[in-house]
Design a protein around this ligand. Structure first.
Ligand SMILES: *Cc1c(COP(=O)(O)O)cnc(C)c1O
Length: 253
């Protein structure tokens, strides 16, 4: 009798384990739903589905839960804080993932961030580009960057203004260890989808102007825009990378 009880206790998943199994199921189901939304958005506007990649925005998400998404075939992770990159690094060791930095990057954090990421999506000022260049010189390596553009005017503090984006591209391009690959924006947070869409259209127009300027070494293949609530609008305006957090991992605490 006692044996049966012991076995039962040993086999039954703990409350914690049950909650974590449920969370895993949710992430897998959420990813399927997100894929469906992207598929439909591409069909809607006649875009090739292969042009749109998903970056998992993993702020506040543990390495364990990130691994559930990686097991579904996703590779791109975006972190906002250097501290989180450091904390999750061991938990992601050996995982087939590519990390990008997508948060505001303070110049004094540059030395730490380069060890973890292959792309900094938030280059928005020349001082930051200089700090990156100096550190990369010391490391004798290079990094991919996106220029962050503020397409929502006063609503967001970070990002170069659309008017100054071409000249920032020219300046950053002179720092030979930064390989400019495209642009990133955080869209307008607004219930009016026309206004949100206009902010994404704004990024596309900046991309076109930079392309027209034909600056040596500057590639504009990546348009990183669109989040959980508005990925369809971003895809309609040409996004090649959508950054998804809550639609995949649930609401953040
Ligand atoms: C959090 C975050 C996202 C994802 O936001 P969701 O609405 O949760 O999808 C995308 N980009 C940046 C820069 C973020 O900080």
């Amino acid at each position: 009798m006692s044996e049966v009880i012991l076995t039962t206790v040993g086999v039954a998943p703990s409350v914690e384990r049950k909650a974590s199994m449920r969370a895993e199921t949710d992430i897998v189901a959420n990813l399927a739903a997100v894929r469906g939304r992207i598929d439909r958005a591409c069909v809607e506007v006649g875009r090739d589905r292969a042009e749109v990649s998903v970056l998992l925005a993993t702020k506040t998400v543990s390495a364990d839960r990130i691994r559930v998404a990686l097991a579904e075939g996703y590779r791109l992770i975006g972190e906002n804080r250097v501290q989180e990159l450091i904390e999750k690094d061991a938990g992601l060791a050996g995982q087939p993932c590519v990390r990008h930095f997508i948060g505001h990057l303070q110049s004094n954090k540059v030395n730490q961030v380069l060890r973890y990421v292959s792309c900094v999506q938030s280059v928005d000022r020349i001082g930051l580009a200089d700090r990156l260049q100096r550190r990369l010189d010391a490391l004798d390596t290079s990094v991919e960057v996106l220029l962050q553009v503020n397409t929502s005017a006063e609503a967001s503090k970070f990002g170069v203004s659309p008017a100054e984006a071409v000249s920032l591209s020219r300046e950053v391009a002179k720092r030979d260890r930064l390989r400019i690959r495209g642009l990133m924006t955080i869209g307008l947070l607004d219930p009016n989808s026309e206004r949100v869409r206009a902010s994404y259209r704004g990024l596309r127009e900046v991309r076109d102007r930079i392309r027209d300027a034909a600056i040596d070494g500057v590639e504009m293949g990546v348009l990183s825009m669109g989040m959980s609530g508005d990925l369809e609008l971003a895809i309609a305006e040409g996004a090649t990378m959508v950054r998804l957090g809550s639609a995949v991992f649930g609401q953040r605490p």
